[in-house]
Design a protein around this ligand. Structure first.
Ligand SMILES: [Zn+2]
Length: 247
C-alpha cells in the first residue's frame, strides 16, 4: 500500500514508545481540514500534535510518524468510554493513550460524508496495521477519538467505525479477499478450474444473486464477450451474465 512519508516537527512526537508499550489499538480521527492543512499543522512546532497517518479523500496516504514512535493524537483523557483504556495507579488517572495506540487522521470535516475511496483506503490501512501488530479488528480495538476525549466529537457523527470494519474481509483460509461484488442477471453456471463452457460445474447461481469476485480473466467468448470473473478459489463466472458485463 502506497504511503508518502511527510514527517512532522520534532517536538510534535516522541521517538520510540515507553518500555513495555506497543500499538494495541487504532484511533480514528477527523482532521477538520484539508490534507495540506494537516501536513502544515503537524509540521508546525507550536501545534504540539501529530498522528501516524492521514487518509485523504482521494485515497492518498500521508505518514508523519513511524508506528514504532509515539504520535501526539489522543493524549488528553476526558470522561473516557473506551472499555480497554489503561488506568494509572492512582484513582481517576490514566496512562497516556498515545503510548499504546496508532492515530489515523482523515481529511475533511466532522459533518462530511466520507467518499468511498477514503473509506476503502482507511479500511486497507487499518487492516495492514492490525495484521502488523496483531490488533483485533473490532470496535474495542479500532475506536473513535471521542471514546478517549468525550468533549471532542471526533471523528464526527457521520462516520461509524463499522463503516470501516465492514470493508475488511475476515482473514482466513478462503483465498484472497474479494475486491468487488457483481450481481447475476440470469441463471449462471459457476465453472470449476477454467473460464470455459467446457469446464465442469457443480452449481448454478440464480439470477439476482450478489457474488464476490476478486479478478477478471479472459476465457471462452460467449455472445462476443470473453470476460470471466474469478473468485480466487478456482471458480469462474461469465461476466456477460452479470450486471457488470464489461469489467
Ligand atoms: Zn481526533
Amino acid at each position: 500500500m502506497q504511503k508518502t512519508f511527510i514527517g512532522c516537527a520534532p517536538v510534535n512526537f516522541r521517538v520510540g514508545r515507553p518500555p513495555g508499550f506497543k500499538p494495541e489499538a487504532i484511533v480514528i480521527h477527523i482532521g477538520e481540514g484539508s490534507l495540506r492543512s494537516i501536513d502544515q499543522q503537524f509540521n508546525d512546532p507550536n501545534s504540539k500534535v501529530s498522528a501516524h497517518y492521514c487518509v485523504a479523500k482521494s485515497g492518498v496516504i500521508h505518514q508523519y510518524v513511524h508506528e514504532t514512535d509515539t504520535a501526539f493524537h489522543a493524549g488528553t483523557v476526558d470522561r473516557p468510554s473506551w472499555p480497554l483504556i489503561k488506568r494509572g495507579q492512582k484513582p481517576d488517572t490514566f496512562i497516556n493513550p498515545n503510548f499504546y495506540t496508532i492515530g489515523i487522521e482523515h481529511e475533511g470535516f466532522a459533518d462530511d460524508q466520507w467518499p468511498e475511496t477514503q473509506l476503502d483506503t482507511s479500511a486497507a490501512l487499518v487492516n495492514e496495521i492490525a495484521q502488523r501488530w496483531e490488533i483485533d479488528l473490532d470496535e474495542e480495538h479500532v475506536i473513535r477519538h471521542h471514546q478517549i476525549r468525550f468533549a471532542k466529537s471526533c471523528p464526527g457523527h457521520v462516520i461509524k467505525i463499522s463503516d470501516i470494519l465492514e470493508r475488511i474481509e475476515p482473514a482466513g483460509t478462503n483465498g484472497p479477499p474479494a475486491v468487488r461484488t457483481v450481481k447475476t442477471i440470469s441463471n449462471l453456471r459457476l465453472r470449476k478450474g477454467a473460464p470455459s463452457l467446457l469446464a465442469p460445474f457443480d452449481r448454478t447461481i440464480p439470477a439476482q444473486t450478489l457474488v464476490s469476485v476478486s479478478d477478471v480473466v479472459q476465457g471462452d467468448a460467449v455472445n462476443g464477450n470473453n470476460k470471466w470473473y474469478s473468485d480466487g478459489m478456482g471458480n469462474f463466472l461469465w461476466a456477460g451474465g452479470t450486471d457488470q458485463p464489461n469489467p
